[in-house]
Design a protein around this ligand. Structure first.
Ligand SMILES: *Cc1c(COP(=O)(O)O)cnc(C)c1O
Length: 728
C-alpha cells in the first residue's frame, strides 16, 4: 500500500459525524449516539475483577497495596494502590500509564527514569488515592518467537481475528479497576476520576465514555490529536489506542467532546515528537466547540505546555483537586432519552438493549438484507416459535397489537353485531372492533384484578343478545381471577372470547399463560410493552384452522398461501423480518426480563410497606403478573391531585411516573360520545351502559411507578423517597 492510499483512506470525514440530531432540542443526542457506537465497537466483556494477594506496606508516608487483579475473561494482572495518610474516605484517581510505562515507576516503587513518570505517587502525595495497573502488553509473549515484533501489535492482531480490539480489552480492565477503586474502604466512591498518559489516555477516554457512572473527571496528557495525524502523517498511533471502525463515527476530538459536561483537562507538549502542535490545537478547538454546544465550556481546560511526550503532574493535581473537591452532583444524564428541558433522572420508561443484544439484532438484520428475505421469512418463523413458550399455544405474528385484535374479530366475524369491551382499556381495543364493523358496548371492571366484572358482563350479555365477541383486557399485566366468571358466562352462551393481552405477555393465571384462555389472545410488541419488536403483534390460538385464517387475513386475504386469488378483504398486517430480528432477540432474553420485573415489583412492595398515604395494588392470589405496570393508589381515602403529584415528583425529585392504564374511560373519548356521531362516527354507544363507577374510581385514583428491567435499586429507593416526601 502506498502512502497516497493511506491518505485517501484517513482523510475522509467521519461519515456519520454530521448525522442530524438537531431539532430534537436534546444537546446530548449526538454524545449518546457516539457512546453507543463506541460501546458497540469496543465490545467490552465486562466482568468484575477479584482482588487477590494484596500486600500492604507503608513507605515514605504512603500506604501501598500491591495486589493481583483477577478477571475471569482476561486472566490476572498486577495493580498498585497508593493512599495518602489523610483522613479517609479520600478522593481517588485511576492512573493509566502510557505504552512503555512501568507499574513500579508509576507508583514510585523504583525511582522513575524521568521526573514525571511517577504520576501515581505524585498524585497520592497531593492527597488522592490512586490505583494503577499493568497493561500487560509488554513481556508476556515469548521473545524468540516474537522475533523483534511489537507485542502490542501481535496482541492487536489476535484480538482483530475475533472481531474484538486490544483497546476494548484494555478498557475492560480499566472499567473493572475503576470498580475496585471506588469500592476501596479508603475511597470516597462519589469522588473518583481518571488520569491517562498517551496510550493510557486513550484507555482512560474510552473508559470514561463507557463507565456506567457518567461525568467522571478526566485528565488526558499527550494524546490530543486527530486520527489522521496519528495514523497517517506521524505514524505514531498505537494499535491499542483506537477502535477499529471508529472513523465512521468520530475522530478523536469528537470522542473527547462527547464527555461534556464532565470535567476535562487536556495537556500536550509543543516538543512532543508523537504529536503535532498545529494538529493538537485544531483538536482542542473541536473539543471546546463540543463543550460549548453542551453549554459546558467552563468544564474543559486545555494546557499547551513546553514539554515533550510527558505529563504536567502539577496541573493534573490542581485539576483533580477542583473536580473532586465535593461529591459529584449528578450532571444531566446523557444516558436518558428525556428532553433537555427537564431530564428526569428516573425516567418513566427506559428501553435498554445490552451491546451483545444489539450486535445480535444487527447480525440478524444483516442476514435478512444479505438473503433478500425482508418479510415473512426465517426471523418471523423464529419469533413465532419463541413466543409459543409464553403463550402456551401456536401463534402467528402480525404487524401490531391492533392488527392482532382486528384480525381475530374478522376471523370470528363480528360485522353488524355487538362486541363487548371493558370501559377501561386502551382505545385500540375498541377501535379494532369498530374497524371490524361491530358496534362496541362497554362493560364495567372489578377492582381486585382490574378485569371485566363478571356480573356487569352478564347484564351486558342480557341486554345485547346479538353479541358476537367479548374482549377482556389484562390491565397492567394482571390476568384477573374474575376472568373465570367472564369466561363461564360466554361459554354458556357460546360467545367467543378474544383476550386483549397487549399488556400481558408472559403473565399467568393459576399457571396458565395469558392468551390461552380465549379463542384468541392478542399481543402487542410496541416499545412500551414488556416484550418489544419496534412494531409488532401476535395472535395465539388453540385451533389450527383459526391460525390458518389469521395467516390469510394478515396477507391481503389470499385464499391460500401463495395464491393470487383473494377471498376476503384482508390487509397488510405482516411482520417484517427486520422487526422480527429485534423481537427474537427480545424474546430470547424474556425469561430474564420477566424475572427482573417481578423482582423489582417485590422490592417496591417492601419499600412501600411503611410509606403512609399510598397503597400498592395487591395482585390477586393465583395471578402471575408480568408487572407491565406497578400500580398504586396515593391517599386512597381522600382526594389526590394526580397531575400535581406527578409534576412535583418530576420537578422536585427528578422522578417521572409511568403512564396510567388509563386516565380516561373509553366512553368519554370524543369518538364515543355524541360529538363523534354528529361528525360522522359510526354510531357508537350511548351512556345507557354506564355509569361505570368502579372503572371511574380506578381511572381517577391510580398511579404507575417506573418499572423496567434496567431500573436500579437506588432508583427505586429514590422513587419511594420522593413519594414519601410528597405524600406525608
Ligand atoms: C398497546 C395496546 C394495543 C395496541 O397495540 P399496538 O401494537 O400499538 O397496535 C391494544 N390494546 C392494548 C390494551 C394496548 O395496551
Amino acid at each position: 500500500m502506498q502512502i497516497r492510499h493511506l491518505h485517501r483512506l484517513l482523510a475522509a470525514e467521519p461519515a456519520l459525524r454530521h448525522t442530524a440530531f438537531d431539532g430534537t432540542g436534546d444537546r446530548f443526542a449526538r454524545a449518546r449516539h457516539l457512546r453507543a457506537a463506541v460501546e458497540r465497537l469496543a465490545r467490552v466483556e465486562r466482568a468484575p475483577l477479584a482482588v487477590t494477594d494484596a500486600r500492604t506496606s507503608v513507605r515514605d508516608g504512603l500506604h501501598r497495596e500491591h495486589m493481583t487483579l483477577d478477571s475471569p475473561v482476561r486472566g490476572s494482572f498486577h495493580g498498585t494502590l497508593l493512599a495518602p495518610p489523610a483522613a479517609a474516605p479520600a478522593p481517588a484517581v485511576l492512573v493509566l500509564g502510557g505504552r512503555n510505562a512501568r507499574l513500579d515507576q508509576l507508583t514510585g516503587d523504583v525511582p522513575p527514569d524521568h521526573p514525571d513518570r511517577n504520576v501515581a505517587e505524585q498524585l497520592a502525595r497531593a492527597g488522592f488515592v490512586t490505583l494503577s495497573f499493568d497493561h500487560g502488553i509488554g513481556g508476556g509473549l515469548d521473545a524468540t518467537r516474537r522475533a523483534g515484533r511489537d507485542e502490542g501489535t501481535l496482541l492487536a492482531h489476535a484480538f482483530a481475528l475475533t472481531g474484538r480490539s486490544l483497546l476494548g480489552a484494555l478498557v475492560g480492565d480499566a472499567l473493572g479497576a475503576l470498580d475496585v477503586l471506588a469500592a476501596h474502604p479508603l475511597v470516597d466512591p462519589g469522588r473518583v476520576g481518571l488520569f491517562g498518559h498517551s496510550l493510557g489516555a486513550a484507555v482512560a477516554l474510552h473508559t470514561a465514555l463507557l463507565a456506567p457512572r457518567r461525568g467522571l473527571p478526566l485528565c488526558a496528557a499527550s494524546h490530543l490529536a486527530s486520527y489522521q495525524a496519528l495514523y497517517e502523517r506521524l505514524l505514531t498511533g498505537h494499535e491499542g489506542a483506537a477502535l477499529p471502525g471508529i472513523l465512521d463515527y468520530a475522530d478523536l476530538p469528537d470522542l473527547y467532546g462527547a464527555l461534556a459536561p464532565a470535567p476535562l483537562q487536556l495537556q500536550y507538549g509543543t516538543a512532543d515528537s508523537y504529536l503535532e502542535p498545529a494538529d493538537a490545537r485544531g483538536a482542542a478547538d473541536m473539543v471546546r466547540a463540543a463543550y460549548g454546544a453542551a453549554e459546558a465550556s467552563a468544564s474543559v481546560e486545555v494546557h499547551e505546555l513546553l514539554m515533550g511526550h510527558g505529563t504536567h503532574v502539577g496541573h493534573a493535581a490542581d485539576f483533580f483537586a477542583r473536580a473532586l473537591s465535593s461529591p459529584r452532583s449528578s450532571p444531566p444524564s446523557p444516558a436518558s432519552p428525556a428532553s433537555s428541558s427537564s431530564p428526569a433522572e428516573v425516567p418513566a420508561q427506559r428501553i435498554h438493549f445490552e451491546v451483545t443484544d444489539r450486535r445480535a439484532v444487527l447480525d440478524r438484520v444483516d442476514a435478512a438484507l444479505a438473503s433478500g428475505i425482508l418479510t415473512q421469512g426465517p426471523q418471523v418463523a423464529r419469533f413465532e416459535e419463541l413466543s409459543r413458550v409464553w403463550t402456551g399455544t401456536e401463534t402467528a405474528a402480525v404487524a401490531s397489537g391492533s392488527a392482532a385484535l382486528e384480525i381475530a374479530l374478522r376471523v370470528i366475524g363480528v360485522a353488524g353485531r355487538t362486541v363487548l369491551v371493558p370501559v377501561n382499556t386502551f382505545f385500540a381495543t375498541a377501535a379494532a372492533a369498530v374497524r371490524a364493523q361491530a358496534t362496541v358496548r362497554f362493560v364495567d371492571i372489578e377492582l381486585d384484578g382490574l378485569g371485566m366484572d363478571p356480573d356487569a358482563l352478564r347484564d351486558a350479555l342480557d341486554r345485547c343478545p346479538d353479541t358476537a365477541a367479548v374482549l377482556p383486557v389484562h390491565i397492567g399485566g394482571i390476568v384477573s381471577p374474575a376472568l373465570d366468571g367472564a369466561l363461564a358466562h360466554c361459554r354458556e352462551r357460546g360467545i367467543p372470547v378474544v383476550e386483549d393481552a397487549a399488556h400481558a405477555f408472559g403473565a399467568t393465571l393459576d399457571g396458565r399463560p395469558a392468551g390461552s384462555f380465549g379463542r384468541f389472545g392478542a399481543f402487542s410488541f410496541f416499545p412500551t410493552k414488556v416484550a418489544v419488536s419496534g412494531e409488532g403483534g401476535l395472535l395465539s390460538a388453540g385451533l389450527a384452522d383459526d391460525l390458518e385464517q389469521v395467516r390469510r387475513w394478515r396477507d391481503h386475504g389470499k385464499s391460500a398461501q401463495g395464491s393470487t386469488l383473494h377471498d376476503r378483504p384482508g390487509g397488510n398486517w405482516r411482520l417484517s423480518e427486520l422487526h422480527a430480528a429485534v423481537g427474537t432477540v427480545d424474546l430470547e432474553r424474556f425469561a430474564h426480563t420477566l424475572a427482573a420485573r417481578r423482582e423489582l415489583a417485590a422490592r417496591y412492595d417492601a419499600l412501600l410497606a411503611d410509606v403512609p398515604g399510598i397503597r400498592p395494588h395487591a395482585v390477586p392470589t393465583g395471578s402471575g403478573s408480568n408487572f407491565y405496570k406497578y400500580l398504586a393508589y396515593p391517599d386512597p381515602e381522600g382526594p389526590c391531585d394526580r397531575a400535581l403529584l406527578k409534576k412535583r415528583l418530576r420537578e422536585r425529585h427528578g422522578v417521572s411516573l409511568a403512564g396510567e392504564v388509563y386516565d380516561h374511560l373509553l366512553c368519554d373519548h370524543p369518538y364515543f360520545t355524541g360529538d363523534a356521531q354528529r361528525s360522522g362516527g359510526n354510531g357508537q354507544p350511548s351512556g345507557e351502559d354506564g355509569p361505570f363507577e368502579r372503572a371511574r374510581w380506578f381511572a381517577r385514583h391510580h398511579i404507575a411507578l417506573p418499572l423496567y428491567p434496567s431500573l436500579t435499586e437506588a432508583e427505586q429507593i429514590r422513587v419511594v423517597t420522593a413519594l414519601r416526601g410528597e405524600l406525608s
